[in-house]
Design a protein. Structure first.
Length: 198
């Protein structure tokens, strides 16, 4: 089977994102209007990080993980000997879920369920060597189970023929708790070994 070119992968992603934007079930009145697609490298052997949903900073920038959690993710990537320029980053939900007072909120199970087929297609297009779930939302969405993060952190699963690694979301809340930050750091250091960087 012939290898798919980077240009074809990008073209397929763009077609997918266009379909997602026009899907009436893709967003609701409790979500922002700005679509935040995945971004990063698409060439072979990539690692794909999957978060929960864009926040206010991501909505403004139109890119995933550019706010406080994004800065924390950059720090963790450094522990793995990686940079954002070497990975692909996306979210389960592509619109910002917001609260009644305009803050960020966790997506509901129905919102996640609605977005899941598109996420699966996105990952099939990217065909990553490794999927890293940042937090429970993507882990539960993809695995179809309810793992407890304290138990799932650092565990590797098989998903649709791909390796799937679970760790904490690099939110300020988690990052500023020494025990969770250390647990996350351990996973990223292991990731560096898996990626051949350590």
């Amino acid at each position: 089977m012939a290898a798919v070119s980077d240009a074809e992968i990008l073209s397929r992603l763009e077609r997918l994102y266009l379909r997602m934007r026009s899907d009436p079930c893709g967003r609701n009145e409790r979500m922002g209007e700005i679509f935040v697609p995945g971004s990063g490298v698409v060439e072979g052997g990539r690692i794909v990080f999957v978060g929960e949903a864009p926040g206010r900073d991501e909505e403004k920038a139109g890119r995933p993980f550019v706010g406080a959690a994004g800065k924390n993710l950059n720090t963790m990537l450094g522990l793995a000997g990686l940079s954002r320029e070497e990975v692909f980053i996306t979210n389960v939900i592509k619109y910002r879920p917001f609260t009644a007072d305009g803050g960020n909120r966790t997506p509901s199970s129905s919102e996640t369920k609605s977005a899941l087929p598109f996420l699966i297609e996105e990952l099939e297009i990217l065909s990553p060597r490794l999927v890293v779930c940042l937090g429970l939302c993507p882990a539960r969405a993809l695995l179809g189970t309810g793992p407890v993060m304290a138990e799932a952190n650092g565990k590797m699963f098989r998903w649709h023929g791909h390796d799937l690694l679970v760790t904490y979301h690099p939110s300020p809340l988690n990052f500023n708790m020494p025990s969770k930050r250390e647990a996350m750091a351990g996973v990223f250091e292991r990731l560096g070994r898996v990626a051949g960087r350590a």
